[in-house]
Design a protein around this ligand. Structure first.
Ligand code: DLZ
Length: 160
């Protein structure tokens, strides 16, 4: 079915605003670190490509995705930081931990976003296995870190 919604990959190109001078927070979970590092690189490179200065990208790491909300809050409460990007990889296991973590993060970062009135981007890759996660961290399904950064830049371009 055709959709009028833009595909996120379109936001990767020239229709995004220039973010020179803007400070952006990046919170990266260390569980599945090799994969979250690939997401973080995608996000970082995208921010730089659209004008961000390296010094204006404030990166914090947190132990696991569950801690992303708190990490986001620490950055969001800094008035100089205009948007926060949260990156994590949650892989299904034998139990329902993935469900609990994903719901908690979705709710937590929504609260942070609304409380501080700034974009807090949900860059959580939630998959059945590691291979599917790599597919979304620079593999056949792109890089969700790139998409998360593009979403942040798009949100920064929205006016009231
Ligand atoms: C405990 C846990 C498990 C089982 N799996 C993941 C995962 O796939 N991805 C992730 O980012 N974090 C995981 N964690 C850690 C939790 O997010 C959290 O760090 C701990 O429960 C401590 O609060």
């Amino acid at each position: 079915m055709a959709s009028s919604l833009k595909n996120l990959s379109e936001y990767n190109s020239d229709n995004l605003i220039d973010i020179t001078g803007k400070k952006i927070g990046l919170v990266v979970a260390e569980w599945n670190k090799a994969i979250t590092d690939a997401l973080a690189k995608g996000a970082y490179d995208t921010l730089i490509k659209h004008g961000a200065k390296s010094d204006n990208i404030i990166r914090n790491t947190v132990p696991g995705s569950f801690e992303l909300s708190f990490g986001a809050q620490l950055l969001a409460q800094n008035p100089e930081i205009e948007a926060v990007i949260c990156l994590g990889v949650v892989i299904k296991g034998e139990t329902k931990h993935d469900d609990y973590i994903c719901h908690a993060v979705a709710q937590g970062i929504t609260q942070v976003s609304l409380k501080y009135n700034k974009p807090v981007i949900f860059g959580l890759v939630t998959t059945n296995n590691e291979e599917q996660a790599w597919d979304r961290a620079g593999g056949k399904h792109g890089n969700k870190g790139v998409e998360a950064a593009a979403t942040a830049i798009h949100m920064l371009g929205i006016s009231a």
